[in-house]
Ligand binder design. Structure first.
Ligand code: HEC
Length: 151
């Protein structure tokens, strides 16, 4: 009985981890690529970049949630290259759970987990639900990017 329960909990954890990757493959990989490296000049890399925002504390974490919920538009630099594209908003088609899962995936995949602060707690659906209420524009999310002083 107890063993069966532990087994089910372990299976659930695997299913959750897999779903972040699935969301990524379905909704993000076309631009940011399966290896997270993006396409120089067109789509910024998430390798090394995503945990950098997570390491900036609450504002950086909220910025990541906002990019996926509301999109991003404006000139940015990432991994030494300049981007001036449009990231479409995914708030309308993805649930709070899916957005939390995909953010967990991009901050940890491709060796990014080694760059995360030790006390990083990951993303929760409740965090996404709270931020969703802000209904920002892609330009407002860009203002947050500038305020973070990112590279
Ligand atoms: C249609 C192409 C496209 C898709 C699909 C897409 N993105 Fe983006 N993403 C972009 C572009 C372009 C930018 C940079 C926008 C700019 O220049 O202001 C960006 C920026 C980002 C950033 C900020 C990077 C930085 O260094 O500041 C993150 C994080 C991100 N995307 C995550 C995701 C996730 C997660 C998904 C899937 C849910 C996704 N993107 C889907 C095109 C895309």
């Amino acid at each position: 009985m107890r063993r069966a329960l532990i087994f089910m909990v372990a299976l659930g954890a695997v299913a959750f981890a897999a779903s972040g990757q699935q969301v990524y493959q379905q909704y993000c990989a076309a631009c940011h690529q399966t290896n997270g490296k993006g396409l120089t000049g067109a789509f910024p890399p998430l390798v090394e970049e995503a945990p950098e925002y997570a390491a900036k504390g609450e504002k950086g974490i909220d910025f990541l949630i906002h990019v996926v919920l509301f999109g991003l538009q404006g000139q940015i630099t990432a991994g030494g290259a300049t981007y001036n594209g449009i990231m479409p908003p995914f708030g309308p088609q993805l649930s709070d759970e899916q957005i939390a899962a995909v953010l967990d995936y991009i901050t940890k995949a491709w060796g990014n987990d080694e760059r995360l602060p030790k006390d990083f707690k990951g993303f929760k659906a409740e965090d996404v639900a709270r931020e969703r209420k802000k209904s920002l524009t892609p330009q407002q999310v860009y203002a947050e990017w500038k305020a973070l002083g990112s590279e």
